[in-house]
Design a protein around this ligand. Structure first.
Ligand code: 5GP
Ligand code: MG
Ligand code: MG
Length: 203
């Protein structure tokens, strides 16, 4: 969509090339996913937010799950967990590092985990995160990702719940960043060449 039709913060106006998913459309989709998740839940859920990019999706999803329950949907207790994942892309092993200690992860034993992530690109991060979490014997692990990118570099991983499949472009907004910027933008947008320069890391 053309930027002209949307409310965009002045500081990002020239840094974007288009609006890919307007905020209202995101919210509608997140509400739908919340209903699905609650319908399919078999017991208490530990909802794990993958920081930082997953935080907005996580917050809205949890809110909609709460509303669904109060409106007579399937009633499931939630507990909330936050994980920061660091990928070592230059490492050949491509290992991911979790911010949670093994001791903290021990609490996952026997629990139903719902991992909430912003975007699946190659799928590497999620495959490694899942392998790590499964070592702590959770009862089940499901993944909700707001976005999945259509890329030839995909390892074939597909999450249990997906908001939108998007084209192979770098997107920002709704907590997705470029060098920590654009998290303060409601819509999911495609960054422009000018935006990449304007918000480049300067050494
Ligand atoms: P993967 O391991 O699936 O290749 O990469 C996943 C991570 O890369 C995501 O969780 C996200 O942090 C980052 N990422 C991949 N594509 C994009 C994108 O288009 N925009 C932003 N902001 N981050 C992305
Ligand atoms: Mg992420
Ligand atoms: Mg990032």
């Amino acid at each position: 969509y053309s930027l002209d039709h949307f409310v965009i913060p002045d500081h990002y106006e020239t840094a974007l090339s288009s609006v890919l998913i307007p905020h209202g459309v995101i919210m509608d989709r997140v509400e739908k996913l919340a209903k699905l998740i609650v319908q399919e839940a078999t017991g208490p859920l530990v909802v794990c937010c993958v920081l930082k990019g997953g935080h907005q999706f996580f917050a809205d999803l949890v809110n909609y799950i709460k509303k669904n329950v109060t409106r007579g949907g399937n009633s499931v207790p939630l507990s909330l967990e936050f994980i920061k994942v660091k990928s070592y892309n230059n490492d050949v092993s491509g290992d991911v590092k979790l911010s949670l200690t093994d001791d903290e992860c021990k609490d996952f034993e026997g629990k139903n985990l719902l991992i909430v992530e912003d975007i699946i690109d190659t799928g590497k991060t999620m495959v490694q995160l899942l392998a790590k979490l499964k070592k702590f014997s959770p009862e089940s692990v499901k993944v909700a990702s707001l976005l999945i990118k259509k890329t030839p570099l995909s390892n074939g991983y597909i999450p249990d719940y997906v908001g939108f499949a998007i084209p192979n472009a770098f997107v920002v907004g709704y907590a997705l960043d470029y060098n920590e910027y654009f998290r303060d933008l409601d819509h999911i947008c495609v960054i422009s060449e000018h935006g990449k320069e304007k918000y480049a890391v300067k050494n």
